[in-house]
Unconditional design. Structure first.
Length: 196
């Protein structure tokens, strides 16, 4: 698998703009995720973007490993104290029982539909038993590029629950909403918190 080149080009080109967009975001879901983690736990921020969430988790005392396939996003994430950031695609996450929590906040929506079950299975394997998995996705049908060229795969909430359960996760909490993103459109979304 290779990450979508056009999507990565957009993120590399708009890294600073994206960082400004999310700089002041008060993330209630991140607070819920952190409350579910053991003190000082080891967390993977998958598709970390500019590293805001990773920085907040590091500041809260967690050991944070941040990954992204965009070189410019990794450069921004690496500037945060306490954050170890490395360039990696979704299919480069491996290992067994490594993380107490995995934060995949609106990153896996860029994966091809056929590759999603494999990504989730690898993440479940990397998560320690009883660990916490946060998944944020835009909801809808099909797959398409947005107005600035990023590739998205959309799912219904029910389809995401099926995928999570098939990978060995147990969903325990969800929230839905609609928000304006980098492309300027109002998009529906869901976040699902699961246990491994």
């Amino acid at each position: 698998m290779t990450a979508d080149r056009e999507t990565l080009r957009v993120y590399d080109t708009k890294a600073a703009e994206y960082a400004r967009l999310v700089a002041d975001t008060q993330n209630a879901q991140l607070a819920v995720f952190m409350e579910a983690l053991p003190p000082g736990g080891h967390v993977l921020d998958l598709g970390c973007g500019p590293g805001n969430s990773a920085a907040a988790m590091a500041k809260a005392g967690f050991t944070v490993e941040a990954t992204d396939a965009s070189k410019e996003m990794i450069a921004l994430a690496s500037r945060h104290p306490g954050v170890t950031a490395r360039l990696a695609r979704f299919d480069e996450i491996s290992g067994t029982d490594i993380y107490d929590g995995i934060w995949a906040n609106f990153s896996l929506l860029h994966a091809e539909r056929t590759e999603m079950p494999g990504h989730l299975a690898a993440l479940r394997k990397a998560l320690r038993p009883g660990g916490v998995f946060h998944l944020g996705m835009k909801t809808g049908d099909g797959a398409q590029r947005d107005g600035i060229g990023r590739f998205y795969t959309f799912y219904s909430v029910e389809a995401l629950y099926d995928l999570l359960r098939s990978a060995g996760f147990s969903p325990v909490h969800q929230e839905t909403g609609v928000e304006k993103g980098l492309a300027g459109t109002m998009d529906p979304w869901v976040v699902i918190l699961s246990r491994g």
